[in-house]
Design a protein around this ligand. Structure first.
Ligand SMILES: [Zn+2]
Length: 131
């Protein structure tokens, strides 16, 4: 066993952590207990691996709304451009249709924006007080 090569465990990058919805500190523990593709996904209060508290304070996730707005704007714009490319409708109809097409993805984007918010917050003000 002494001559066995040491197992090299690569820490996932921040982008991989965001994509896989992993804790920003250890990048091992999952942020959500259930898939964000469910209507009401269940979020862990703390990271099951490193015990990072995800919701640092009351109203913490209000900041995630900025990411939610940004993602919604991008998705609606992409759908509106697709509708315009395919159908050549006027702008209000393209944007309205883009909004209607966006609605099914609103829940997923809302919870994904929480992940982006946690990562941004932890990169600016990392929580080092917890084990
Ligand atoms: Zn963790």
């Amino acid at each position: 066993m002494e001559n066995a090569p040491a197992e090299i465990v690569r820490r996932p990058s921040a982008w991989e952590g965001i994509y896989h919805l992993l804790c920003p500190r250890c990048r091992t523990g999952r942020i959500f207990r259930t898939s964000i593709f469910r209507i009401f996904p269940k979020m862990n209060e703390r990271c099951p691996v490193c015990d990072l508290k995800f919701e640092r304070e009351q109203g913490y996730f209000l900041g995630a709304m900025y990411f939610s707005y940004m993602l919604a704007t991008v998705v609606i714009s992409v759908f509106a451009v697709l509708v315009w490319t395919l159908l050549r409708w006027d702008l209000p109809e393209c944007v309205g249709t883009g909004f209607l097409l966006f609605i099914p993805s609103a829940s997923v984007l809302t919870f994904f924006s929480r992940v982006l918010w946690i990562y941004m917050d932890q990169s600016i003000d990392p929580d080092i007080t917890q084990p």
